[in-house]
Write a protein that binds this ligand. Structure first.
Ligand code: SAM
Length: 263
């Protein structure tokens, strides 16, 4: 899958996109990330890409011509078939479901705003979809675009082990169950006994119950939309009083921060 990112700060992406899983995915040719500096399509000698808002008000607005020309010239014949996303706090919410839709395409264009945002005619002309990564305001769309690239890339076949994706938070509409690794006891907190039992069916059921209980406690609106089995409803009746409290036994009360002497 190819991502074309349109930004006035291409260098912001280099560190983030060139480490770890995204680095390996690029090296393996599973994803390709092309960064395009919108200023290259500015027409004056100062490479201006913003201007004052019509109607007055504070700040500057990113001009339509450099962005539209940039996207059209980079995408060329692929313009008609490539989804074009404008990152915007007033866009529809970017969710795992939206990521699953976007990964169906071989190419995705991402336009990063700055200042007070982007002239709305860009959205109309490019028939772009506006996406928000959450109900808060960033200084620019670069971080938001990096989030979209990261989330969508994980779904590109071959990037992540499919088993890891299957039970993750939001993959089935629920939050994930709690995870543990060695050591079995740390600062007096023991890993829940069931996870050490080797009984796969019971472990699976415990994890399902914890996913259900944690979702109910923290994101009940997700639970309303999830498709639940009759067994799920039974498991929900067995939720611990606080599914975010420690779920294993407490061997010794040494959980305060800074109590490392008793690890
Ligand atoms: N004046 C704009 C408003 O109130 O909606 C905010 C502009 S913001 C300071 C500058 C740019 O950051 C936006 O054009 C957008 O590209 C990006 N941005 C900010 N918050 C975002 C969010 N929650 N999701 C996606 N992009 C965001």
């Amino acid at each position: 899958m190819r991502f074309d990112v349109f930004t006035i700060f291409p260098s912001m992406f280099t560190g983030f996109l060139n480490e770890s899983i995204l680095k390996r995915a690029q090296q393996a040719g599973l994803i390709q990330i092309a960064l395009h500096d919108i200023r290259a399509w500015a027409t004056d000698k100062h490479r201006t890409v913003d201007d004052t808002p019509y109607g007055g008000g504070p700040g500057m607005v990113m001009m339509a011509p450099p962005i539209v020309h940039a996207v059209e010239s980079v995408l060329g014949d692929a313009l008609a078939t490539t989804p074009i996303v404008i990152l915007s706090p007033s866009g529809e919410l970017f969710t795992q479901q939206v990521a699953r839709e976007l990964v169906q395409y071989p190419r995705l264009a991402l336009i990063c705003g700055r200042y007070e945002g982007i002239d709305d005619r860009v959205r109309i002309i490019l028939q772009a979809r506006e996406l928000s990564i959450g109900d808060y305001v960033l200084t620019g769309g670069e971080l938001a675009a990096a989030v979209v690239i990261d989330v969508v890339s994980r779904l590109v076949p071959g990037v992540i082990d499919p088993e890891s994706l299957a039970e993750e938070s939001h993959s089935s509409g629920l939050l994930e169950y709690p995870q543990y690794t060695r050591p079995p006891i740390f600062r007096g907190l023991a890993v829940p006994e069931i996870l050490l039992s080797g009984h796969h069916a019971k472990i699976a059921e415990w994890r399902r119950m914890m996913a259900l209980c944690r979702t109910k406690a923290r994101r009940p609106e997700l639970l309303e939309r999830a498709s639940l089995t009759p067994r799920d409803h039974q498991l929900l009746q067995q939720c611990p009083p606080d599914p975010f409290a420690h779920l294993g036994s407490i061997v010794k009360e040494t959980t305060e921060r800074g109590s490392s002497a008793t690890d």
